[in-house]
Ligand binder design. Structure first.
Ligand SMILES: [Zn+2]
Length: 426
């Protein structure tokens, strides 16, 4: 396949994309027969210098669609999924403050989680009881301008007393009217590192992130090392297990749990949310680029389950870290300059016995993606073989959803086409 690009060298990327004359040898340098560009959207934009191509004969395959980063912000995901029964209702403040207040006015207690607009990894998140003074202050304050307030699931299913969420991976391989998407059948479960309880003294101003938040970036830190390396029931040291291990533990602790139903919910949620991402207005605005050559993109979908085994969508992420994890936990004595919150390759801390298994999930995702894209097969013959580790989601999209999200864009397009002749003929 050729050599890997230097991730630190953006000039090299642009240079390769232009396929220019080498400034030193003065020779026109040729790229390999097939060229895979596994990049994030930001770098994907730098590839606009690649020669024009056609899908069926394209030599280049790019690991990102354009416009998808904008489709996964908290606001965009809320706009698309707020009417879905598997999305915890969210309110975009201050615009929807009256709606939120109406919801809070009922007799039933309410719980809320407030997230800064485009933050990720759980930083800045706090959960509240709707009755709390600090919550009322927050939603009425000026700070609320950068806030999405979402219904907080008060009854998460626990494993050995700990809260967790599922991290699943999808492979998007076609957008707009060519929507094509797959769910990887492996995944991970990410855990909090302090046993769960939903009492008021863990919420609001006393918010305890290690009880309520399951984000890896919060729990797998030097700051949280003591809880992280503590041998917890079932989880052991660390804060993640594979999906398969989690499902077995759930079944063991809850004999009525139905794994088939879990997968049914998972597929529906991933299919519908991915379809909406693939139809987002920014994706459409890059229509030409997105259809010029084969593209794919890996997404990380975060979901949780409540005590009724109902699965809820939390968020979707682009730019997922498919890099392998390190064997040791973060080491407080590590002096490496790049060793910040989550540890580094040089750390010499306690060994994480699960790291191989967790890396296998990344490997499966990467392997399935490469097999799916079949870089040595012409794009026109590509969909004949589907790897066993993934399941197609696009057949699950019904006409109703297409009419609501997909056809809208086609209709506007037709309208636009009709308008053009009258404008130019005059
Ligand atoms: Zn280190």
């Amino acid at each position: 396949m050729g050599d890997l690009c230097d991730p630190e060298d953006v000039d090299q990327l642009v240079y390769l994309a232009k396929q220019n004359v080498n400034p030193e040898t003065k020779k026109v340098e040729k790229l390999p027969r097939r060229c895979l560009w596994w990049v994030h959207e930001e770098d994907g934009r730098r590839l606009r210098n690649l020669p024009k191509e056609q899908m069926a004969t394209s030599r280049h395959c790019i690991g990102t669609f354009l416009g998808t980063d904008a489709a996964v912000t908290k606001v965009a995901i809320t706009e698309c999924n707020n009417d879905e029964p598997w999305y915890p209702t969210a309110y975009i403040l201050p615009k929807e403050l009256p709606l939120l207040k109406k919801k809070m006015a009922g007799r039933k207690p309410t719980w809320w989680i407030a997230k800064p607009r485009d933050d990720y990894g759980g930083s800045g998140m706090k959960a509240y009881n709707g009755k709390m003074k600090e919550f009322k202050e927050l939603i009425n304050s000026k700070k609320a301008k950068t806030c999405v307030v979402q219904s907080y699931i008060p009854n998460p299913l626990l494993i050995s007393g700990y809260k967790f969420h599922f991290r699943m991976y999808t492979i998007l391989s076609g957008v707009l009217d060519k929507f094509e998407c797959y769910l990887v059948k492996h995944g991970t479960a990410l855990y909090s590192t302090e046993a769960f309880r939903n009492d008021d003294d863990t919420l609001g101003d006393n918010f305890d992130p290690y009880i309520h938040l399951t984000n890896w970036s919060i729990n797998f830190t030097k700051k949280n090392l003591e809880r992280l390396v503590k041998k917890k029931p079932f989880i052991g040291r660390g804060c993640e297990t594979t999906l398969a291990e989690a499902l077995r533990a759930i079944k063991r602790e809850n004999p009525t749990f139905d794994v088939k139903d879990f997968w049914r919910q998972m597929e529906v949620i991933c299919a519908r949310s991915m379809y909406k991402i693939s139809q987002w207005k920014r994706v459409k605005s890059f229509r030409r680029e997105n259809f010029e050559r084969p593209r794919f993109e890996n997404f990380g979908i975060d979901l949780m389950m409540d005590t009724d085994f109902k699965v809820w969508l939390l968020e979707a992420n682009t730019q997922v870290g498919l890099n392998p994890g390190f064997e040791p936990f973060p080491d407080l004595n590590c002096k490496h300059p790049l060793c910040i919150e989550n540890g580094c390759m040089e750390c010499n801390g306690i060994k994480n016995v699960r790291y191989q298994k967790n890396n296998d999930v990344m490997r499966t995702t990467i392997g399935a993606t490469i097999d799916l894209m079949q870089l040595d097969v012409p794009a026109s013959r590509r969909d004949e073989i589907i790897p066993k580790t993934i399941v197609p989601l696009h057949p699950l999209i019904d006409d109703e959803l297409k009419a609501k999200f997909g056809a809208m864009s086609t209709r506007t397009e037709k309208k636009a086409q009709k308008v053009v002749p009258t404008e130019t003929s005059g």
